[in-house]
Design a protein around this ligand. Structure first.
Ligand SMILES: Nc1ncnc2c1ncn2[C@@H]1O[C@H](COP(=O)(O)OP(=O)(O)OP(=O)(O)O)[C@@H](O)[C@H]1O
Length: 592
């Protein structure tokens, strides 16, 4: 898996944005219609103003009465424009909220749909940045910028059209004067996408460096890597600073160019209109109306300038959110229902990311109901084998099957009923105890939930202020043993026939480990158990022992058979057992 998440290309962004718009097309149509009406109402005022000027200049008939009526018209249409504009904005805001919710939901759904083998390897900081910062930028833009930009675009187009209708020559003059705006915008837009994508990626990179430093703090301290991590952080900060300076520079050029360009159209129309009027080509009223229209254009253009930067940042964020759809993943393969509970590993080879094989030609049949201990030195491939048995990885060659079906082909729901990997990583969600447990069985009744907790001796559930409804992780925090019991209760609810234990109790303190082992014993009853053994006592108590060395299965048999065989297991057993008869076997350091 690459160290960066993909970013959607321009075509995909357009397609996704189009489908978001289509999903709420009623609101979009209403938005455009209301904006059009508001802008049309806004056009009447300047036109009436021109009529007032022409009426006063003509000076014939009921000048005062006509001017009063025209002025009343200006007032009425201004109020109508205001009301329609507000209504359009309200429709726009609602559209923005709904669309933002849709984008967030899509992101969450795509994140949750990532297969575990992919999810474990994606850069956490980048993923978090996309779900938080990028989603917020998109949501804010949809709420505020999109409605206002739509209003501004419709207004600007109608204003230009109105000047062209009033007098095509003045209209053309206005358009020519607008060229500066077009040039400034084009210059900016050609550079903005890359600049904002770089800024967002640098932000995510910094988040990644900080997150991984915090996560690996102990290792960093132990290996005295503080200096290197500080350097990596400084580099990420410098990259982000450079990326921000680049976007700042783009804005520094855009804003003044835009402001100067916006001042040109009214000045140009006034000058050309004055010349035309002097030659009797247009009335002074038309010149006034056209100039006011051009002056009014500054409003929508200003809005566009303010939001164009936000839009660019949002497009970059939107591309990053949509990019999640391009994370390489395997298409689900149709999987037949397993015919029985037999687990079979046949001539398996496996390599991480195209590297060297870390498992080489492993053959193993696990009989239903047996306890198999897997031992081997550090790096021998025990955890990798556990991940293959749990369907988290797929073998490069060979097969890992349960009841004849490849484990990795099973859907998460079917897999959970067959094989579950238990590690020391027991996650407690910030949620109620009930929802924490229902992760494993969404339709479990309260009786089943209580039953699962009781089976593990988790009597603390009775002391919680609101029982199953207690929010854990926020209101009430669970200590290590309780958190482990909660996660083991999930296993009881999922009720798989086979459990794979990998370091389930390895790093717990002795008291917690004892409590957890008791809970574990309750979970193991009646199931097939494959234990990555860190204590030789576990191997001694198992039905069979599998010994891995440098990715190969070098021995397989009962404890007694392997001791008699005099191979690597016998040597290991002798080196610990010989001369340590007085020692409590549960305290020996383990096989790894
Ligand atoms: N995610 C990974 N990417 C690349 N290589 C890996 C990854 N995980 C493990 N390895 C490599 O695969 C080999 C087998 O590792 P594995 O963790 O399966 O061994 P292990 O026997 O469980 O060791 P330990 O007892 O130390 O956990 C090792 O050389 C290890 O460096």
């Amino acid at each position: 898996m690459s160290t960066t998440l993909p970013v959607a290309g321009a075509a995909r962004v357009r397609a996704a944005a189009w489908s978001d718009i289509r999903a709420d097309r009623g609101a979009v149509a209403g938005l455009v219609l209301l904006n059009g009406l508001a802008s049309a109402a806004g056009l009447v005022g300047p036109w009436l103003l021109g009529r007032i000027v022409d009426t006063v200049r003509a000076g014939s008939g009921d000048v005062l009465g006509t001017v009063d009526r025209l002025a009343l018209g200006v007032l009425v249409f201004t109020v109508v424009q205001l009301l329609l504009g507000r209504w359009a904005l309200a429709v726009g805001y609602r559209f923005g909220e709904r669309t933002a919710a849709r984008v967030r939901e899509r992101f969450v759904a795509r994140t949750l749909a990532l297969p575990p083998s992919v999810a474990e390897h994606v850069p956490a900081g980048d993923l978090i940045a996309r779900g938080s910062t990028d989603a917020s930028v998109v949501a804010f833009t949809l709420r505020r910028a999109v409605p206002e930009v739509l209003v501004a675009v419709v207004q600007a187009l109608l204003l230009i059209a109105a000047v062209l209708v009033l007098n095509p020559l003045l209209g053309l003059c206005g358009l020519v004067c607008l060229v500066g705006v077009g040039v400034a915008l084009r210059w900016y837009l050609r550079r903005a996408r890359t600049a904002y994508l770089t800024e967002a990626a640098s932000g995510a990179q910094l988040a990644d460096v900080v997150t991984s430093t915090a996560k690996g703090a102990r290792t960093i301290e132990a290996l005295a890597l503080e200096g290197r991590r500080a350097e990596a952080t400084d580099e990420a900060v410098a990259d982000l600073r450079a990326a921000r300076l680049r976007t700042l520079w783009l804005r520094t050029v855009l804003y003044p160019s835009f402001d100067i360009s916006c001042a040109l159209p009214p000045v140009g129309v006034l000058l050309v209109g004055g010349a035309l009027h002097a030659n009797g080509a247009v009335s002074i009223g038309v010149v006034v109306a056209a100039t006011v229209y051009m002056r009014q254009l500054v409003g929508p253009l200003d809005t566009l300038t303010i939001w164009v930067e936000q839009l660019q940042a949002a497009i970059a964020s939107y591309a990053r959110i949509e990019g999640l759809a391009d994370v390489p993943r395997e298409e689900p393969r149709p999987a037949a229902d397993p015919v029985d509970d037999r687990i079979e590993v046949a001539d398996v080879r496996f390599a991480y990311d195209g590297g060297r094989d870390v498992l080489r030609g492993v053959d193993l049949v696990v009989r239903p109901g047996e306890r198999l201990a897997v031992i081997g030195t550090s790096g021998a491939g025990k955890s990798t084998l556990a991940r293959l048995l749990a369907g988290l990885e797929r073998p490069r060659t060979g097969s890992v099957t349960v009841g004849g079906t490849p484990v990795a082909d099973l859907s998460p729901d079917r897999l959970r009923e067959q094989v579950v990997l238990v590690t020391q990583d027991h996650h407690v969600f910030h949620d109620t105890v009930r929802d924490n447990l229902r992760v494993a069985k969404p339709d479990a009744t309260d009786e089943e939930l209580h039953g699962a907790l009781e089976a593990l001796g988790a009597r603390w559930i009775k002391d919680l202020p609101e029982g199953l409804d207690t929010e854990v992780g926020t209101v009430v925090s669970l200590d290590g043993a309780r958190a482990q019991q909660l996660s083991l209760a999930r296993v009881v609810l999922a009720d798989p026939h086979t459990l794979i234990l990998d370091e389930a109790t390895a790093l717990l303190d002795p008291t917690t480990a004892r409590e957890t082992e008791q809970s574990l014993a309750a979970v193991l009853r009646g199931r097939t158990v494959i234990a990555i053994a860190h204590r030789l006592q576990t191997a001694h108590d198992a039905d069979r022992v599998a010994v891995l060395e440098a990715g190969e299965l070098v021995e397989l048999g009962t404890h007694d058979e392997l001791v008699d065989a005099g191979g690597p297991y016998a040597a290991l057993w002798a080196s610990w057992h010989g001369g340590h008869d007085d020692q409590d076997p549960r305290r020996e350091p383990g096989a790894t």
